[in-house]
Design a protein around this ligand. Sequence first.
Ligand code: GLN
Length: 483
Amino acid sequence: MIEQSFNELASALRRREFSSVELVSQTLKRIETVDAKLHSFITINGAEALAAAELADKRIRQGDTAPLLGIPIAHKDIFCTDGIRTSCGSRMLDNFIAPYNATVVDKLNAAGAVSLGKLNMDEFAMGSSNETSFYGPTVNPWDTNRVPGGSSGGSAAAVAAGLVSATTGTDTGGSIRQPAAFCGVTGIKPTYGRVSRFGMIAFSSSLDQGGVFARSAEDAALMLQAMCGYDEKDSTSLNAPVNDMAGGVKNSIAGLRIGVVSDYFDEGLDTKIAASVHAALAELEKLGAVLVDIKLPMSKLAVPAYYVIASAEASSNLARYDGVRYGYRADNPVDLEDMYKRTREEAFGTEVKRRILTGTYVLSAGYYDAYYLKAQKVRRLIRDEFIAAFEQVDVLAGPTSPTTAFQFGAHADDPVAMYLSDIYTTAVNLAGLPAISVPAPQVDGLPVGLQLIGNFLQEDVLLRAAHQLQQATDWHQLRPPLG
Ligand code: GLN
């Protein structure tokens, strides 16, 4: 039954075809068998989930029609959950139990969604493959020799494998869109500030944004709608009305101007992926969209600017893990300095250390102007270029990733090659725009993502285009061959 859409599940629950307790119990059983192979969960909270399902059943009996009521979801393990471990994929927080919920968690609880657990991710959301998780990687449900993408790989794989209906994720430089593309699901990163960052463990505060994975744009719209809104606990939260994302998906896209970004179809792109993305764009054209060529020459500077800014902010954000306040603490330190050093040495993984070192370097006196300040200037140019493009078109389009899911270890000796898998995604975060990845035709049996980028606050336009595409095609309905 978990295969059904949100709307189907909600109406089956309302008609009492089954209860939320039954749905959740069955889902937990399936996770137990299927996830032994996938490893998309770090923590499963069965008892809490069953208690929440009971509460949801009560609300349903009282006639509550909230759209997510009683439906199983799960959270990326970067969102703090009161009383349940929040590890952020790191040894540093392996023993961390937050005393409060992230706003996203509170909002989804209030909407009646039932969280089954916490999902695997790259350590502190740094990575594109899930290989940096302290708990070992999630595997791609389409091919267990391949990565699910990252950093929200657990969130993408869990939805692709039908373990839960939808999941939360975060996207600092592509961590929702790239795993959505690799696993063949729909993933949306909203406008910066749309979804509260309160209780979402910080990697790069000016880029981080929470979002959603689901099997369809329609489900993603329902889930995102419940997560958005102003939050006084997040100083960068946007105080702007939230459009009717869930209701708006049904409207036509006739006349929608889609700018096809020629710079995203460069020589680094696998030719079969280019063909797949063009096939998806041709479908949108059939639905009445108007395709226009657009150039975004600044986008080639996005990856270097992103890795300077994201690492700089990470080096500052991760300074708090010192063994004093929470998380890991080295045994038997000889003095305070020894405790700081060994705590960080023992509990951070290699990629996190690399980012902290790079970030500290680009912020240090003497290098600040050459790297950090320069990157901020590039960031402004990228943003201005997007703003100019949105004077000509409503939506921008291209591939989500230059390749399909790669094999484990493919970039083990070359971190920069891994960073380049973010080539089409990072500019969006630097500008703060919303973007979605939706399944396009598969290549060699592996999923491909079409990326649509929207103007500020226009998540509804992206979801509408994605939903209309999904009404006309069935690429998003393909399921990996799992038990
Ligand atoms: N892969 C990118 C990185 O490693 C993006 C991560 C993210 O979006 N959280 O930084």
